[in-house]
Design a protein. Structure first.
Length: 134
C-alpha cells in the first residue's frame, strides 16, 4: 500500500498536469490505469502496469470487501471523483492529495478488516478449545 500510495499520488499529480483531452475522456473506463497512461512517462507507466498485474486479484478482493460496506463504497467513489475532478481541472496538488487520501482510507479500512478477522479467528479458537476440553 505504501508503494502504491507513492506511485498513484505521483501519477495523479502528473496526470493533472499532462493529460490530454483524449486521456480525460477515457478516465471513467479504467480509472487507475488511465491516470497512469495520462502521465506520459514510460517508466512510471511500466512500473504501474507491472505492479497492478501482480496485485490485480488482491486489489479486486480488497475492493469487493470494502464495497460490502455502503459507507466505504460511497467514500471510495467520492475519492475517485475528487481525483477525477482535480485531473480534469489540471490541479496537480489537489490530484496528488486526493490520491493519497484515497489510499490512506483503503489501507486503514483493510487493516481494520484484518484486525476484525483476527478477533473472529481468536474467538473461534477459544470456543473450539472450550468445547474440546469438556
Amino acid at each position: 500500500m505504501e508503494f502504491r500510495d507513492r506511485l498513484e499520488s505521483l501519477s495523479a499529480y502528473y496526470a493533472a498536469l499532462r493529460s490530454t483531452e483524449a486521456d480525460k475522456a477515457r478516465l471513467d473506463a479504467e480509472f487507475h490505469m488511465i491516470i497512469a497512461e495520462s502521465v506520459h512517462n514510460v517508466v512510471l507507466l511500466h512500473t504501474l502496469r507491472n505492479f497492478f498485474s501482480i496485485l490485480a486479484s488482491s486489489i479486486s478482493d480488497n475492493l469487493k470487501n470494502l464495497f460490502k460496506n455502503t459507507k466505504a463504497r460511497k467514500l471510495i467513489m467520492n475519492h475517485h471523483k475528487a481525483m477525477y475532478d482535480a485531473i480534469i481541472a489540471g490541479n496537480a496538488e489537489e490530484a496528488r492529495t486526493a490520491a493519497h487520501a484515497h489510499l490512506v482510507f483503503v489501507e486503514d479500512n483493510l487493516l481494520k478488516m484484518r484486525q476484525e478477522e483476527t478477533r473472529i479467528q481468536r474467538s473461534l479458537r477459544r470456543t473450539e478449545n472450550l468445547n474440546s476440553s469438556r
